[in-house]
Write a protein that binds this ligand. Structure first.
Ligand SMILES: [Zn+2]
Length: 181
């Protein structure tokens, strides 16, 4: 995962606030673990191990689930998501939320857990603007397709496709049960 809450793509550890410019001037960050010294800025496609560790950490921080009942299912579903799809971390995260939600788990916390949605077309940051019905919906922060369009529907499609690829259960348009904000 990249962005403000970037994680080490291999271990899933948080990255340092300190930045160390490499020889191309890219500000690399250090994983906050004693034994992982590979600098990075995070990646869009983290390893299964990294996402599992990230889930465990944020679940401990945000979820009201002291028995940690969500962990075995999440571990299993992440294995399916990472072996059956090549989706970027944000879509994997929300497809996982959808799957756990369908098992009856409370996944509201997963919306707070430092996963920032991005433009499904270019990966840029999103800006939220009032839509015709007054709700705030996302547009690409750099207007990459030059259409000044809302991208909420496209985000939902990415999540639906990721879910369907991993769990072989087709989700028609509009059938996502979680909301992505
Ligand atoms: Zn874009």
């Amino acid at each position: 995962m990249k962005g403000p809450h970037a994680i080490c793509p291999s271990s899933g550890a948080d990255l340092s606030e300190d930045r160390h410019p490499d020889d191309r001037g890219i500000p690399q960050r250090e994983p906050q673990t004693p034994d992982h010294d590979v600098l990075s800025t995070g990646q869009t496609h983290s390893s299964r191990r990294a996402l599992t560790a990230f889930f465990e950490r944020t679940h401990g921080e945000y979820a009201d689930d002291p028995e940690r009942t969500q962990l075995p299912s999440a571990t299993r579903y992440l294995r399916a998501l990472k072996s059956e799809t090549d989706a970027r971390d944000e879509w994997v995260w929300y497809a996982l939320a959808e799957r756990l939600h369908r098992d009856g788990f409370n996944v509201g916390w997963m919306r707070m857990a430092d996963v920032v949605l991005v433009c499904p077309h270019c990966g840029s940051w999103l800006k939220y603007r009032p839509a015709p019905k007054g709700e705030l919906l996302p547009k690409c922060g750099v207007n990459c397709r030059d259409r000044d369009e809302f991208v909420f529907g496209d985000i939902r499609r990415e999540i639906r496709e990721t879910f369907t690829a991993a769990f072989d259960s087709s989700l028609d348009r509009g059938q996502l049960q979680i909301t992505e904000r």
